[in-house]
Design a protein around this ligand. Sequence first.
Ligand SMILES: Nc1nc2c(ncn2[C@@H]2O[C@H](COP(=O)(O)OP(=O)(O)OP(=O)(O)O)[C@@H](O)[C@H]2O)c(=O)[nH]1
Ligand SMILES: [Mg+2]
Length: 350
Amino acid sequence: MQQIKQELGPDAIIIQSRKVRQKGIWGFLRPPKVEITAAVDSAAGSQAKLAALEQSWQQEMGELKQLVNQLLAHQQKQTISSKGPYFTYLQQLVAQGVETHVAQALLMEIEQEYELGDNIKAEVLELMLSKKIQQYLPTEKLPAAAKILVFTGPTGVGKTTTLAKLAAHFVLTEKKRVGMITIDTYRIGAVEQLRTYAAITEIPIEVVITPKNMQAALEKLAGLDLILVDTAGRSAKNSMQVAELNSFLTQLPAAEVFLVLSVTTKAKDLHLITERFRKVGYNRLIFTKLDETANFGAILNTTYATGLPLTYLTTGQNVPDDLEEADREKIAQLILRGEQSWIRRNAYGS
Ligand SMILES: Nc1nc2c(ncn2[C@@H]2O[C@H](COP(=O)(O)OP(=O)(O)OP(=O)(O)O)[C@@H](O)[C@H]2O)c(=O)[nH]1
Ligand SMILES: [Mg+2]
């Protein structure tokens, strides 16, 4: 029985046993042998099979679990763990309107660069984060040689108002000779709006109706130091409008082209705008209406996505006062801590 169970397993049963005479001429003189037929009960056999299968499944499951755990551990290295100082700052940045993937990327970079783990002190992390934000906030003054500045962007963001603020700044503070061109003959009152500002600062203004007229206008203003060009607000979703704008801008190949954006625009829409306006070849950014929000993450989201420099910020409706040169340290503070006194000063007119 022991031998059978060893060969066929614990469920083997004996079907038949008989004595067999040994072969050969002297066989009848020798004691008979015992022949045993044994079998494994088919039900018991399938049970055994099942047990064996189960065992191999368990082994496979164990291997899979291990693999999943390894993957998870690897993934956790790519994201901020759900507690600790990094997570606190992740939440803070997201509350300030910084997109999660941007906040995540910045914090991961700090974690990987310094390898300080969760023991990092909050003040140290905040300092590093401020530096990291500044790294992704290129700010750049206008080059001294800039001669033509074009203001493009979606409707109502403050292109004309910002142009008027800058015109006054260049005339009054920098003592430059400035001229204006408007190609916004689309909206009723747009030309009048700019004419009013031009009259206050005694700046010559040209109205350009078709791209063909651009050269003539430039020639009329040729002797001046700077020419500011206002354009009609265009919807990023209307590719015809953007293409039409582009046909004017190809007449101004050496221009500095601003994309003017409002900090109050939704993140998704800002992505659409920065994408669709690429056609017009903008190379710098202006953010407006900083006085109208308490969250400034949009600025970082946009510079992170476009890599383009920020040159000016505007903080209210007052011409020419509510204009600031972009300062990356100040913007980093805004993004980390929310509204700052230099914006409140304008928003509440005090
Ligand atoms: N609160 C606030 N309002 C602003 C700022 N800049 C502009 N505005 C206001 O936004 C409104 C639209 O300004 P415009 O300069 O006409 O905007 P635009 O981009 O030229 O508009 P379109 O030419 O119609 O596309 C006006 O009421 C401005 O006073 C700002 O920094 N803060
Ligand atoms: Mg305008």
